[in-house]
Design a binder for this molecule. Structure first.
Ligand code: SF4
Length: 261
């Protein structure tokens, strides 16, 4: 089993205090999975979670990545603006983007000033004054909830889900539109009772626009191998269409819109 590397609170604070540049793992132009429309997607380096199924395990470490000046990202985004009609824009993902919230404030402010839609794809584990300010310039949050049961969440990610649920509560209290994202892993996160629990927990959250089911896939396995890490979910099959539709039919009972990504 993969040894969970613990990132302590101090590391998160230190990362948050760095300024001017973003530590970027990779950039995807013309992304279509991380928010509405066509998107310029920035994957940031570093994540406090260690998900068993992480498709980008090379983003987990706070070391590595490339320093990108904010101005360069703004310029590249503006160059893509004609593709952002139909609701597209810029998404920051990870890793965990909220670890670099201080730097992202500047980016999102600049994008908003240029009329570009901003989305934040987060696991909700980090909340501080920078994240609060960042959310003021965020049009849409994509909140990944890894499991509704905190003990199971800790098995999946290495940490409990209390902070992520508190993040969702913050979004609700501030009427911030968000999408819930849920990875459906056979045998790990797909038990009907847990899907019902998640639905019951969030059913009164008015600002949830939709729930996205993200099918489990093994596209990142080779990355684990390249990093010399043992992939923890060897032998876990990908979802069959029936499993996805079953999950959708459960979530349909609680959310106004459910999509399979
Ligand atoms: S939260 Fe995302 S980036 Fe972080 S370990 Fe989990 S899947 Fe990977």
């Amino acid at each position: 089993m993969y040894e969970q590397e613990r990132i302590d609170h101090q590391t998160i604070v230190e990362v948050a205090e760095k300024t001017e540049v973003l530590n970027v793992h990779s950039v995807e132009t013309f992304g279509t999975y991380d928010g509405p429309g066509i998107r310029y997607v920035l994957f940031l380096q570093g994540c406090p979670f260690k998900c068993l199924y992480c498709a980008n395990p090379d983003t987990m470490s706070f070391d590595g990545g490339k320093n990108y000046p904010i101005d360069q990202i703004v310029k590249e985004s503006v160059n893509m603006k004609s593709y952002f009609i139909n609701g597209g824009g810029v998404t920051v993902s990870g890793g965990e983007p909220c670890c670099q919230a201080k730097q992202l404030i500047k980016l999102f402010k600049e994008l908003k000033a240029r009329g570009i839609h901003t989305a934040l794809d987060t696991n909700g584990h980090v909340m501080n004054k920078y994240v609060e300010e960042l959310l003021e310039y965020t049009d849409l949050v994509l909140l990944d909830i890894k499991h509704i049961n905190s003990s199971m969440h800790e098995i999946v990610t290495g940490r409990g889900n209390e902070k992520s649920l508190a993040f969702a509560d913050y979004l609700r209290k501030h009427n911030k539109p968000f999408w819930l994202r849920y990875v459906l892993v056979p045998g790990l996160t797909d038990k009907p009772e847990h899907l019902h629990q998640l639905g019951q927990y969030f059913q009164d959250y008015e600002s949830i626009e939709q729930l996205e089911i993200q099918p489990y896939h093994q596209l990142g396995v080779h990355k684990w191998e390249l990093l010399g890490m043992e992939y923890p979910l060897v032998g876990t099959p990908e979802n069959n269409p029936g499993q996805l539709l079953n999950a959708k039919s459960i979530f349909d009972q609680y959310f106004k819109k459910v999509v399979i990504n």
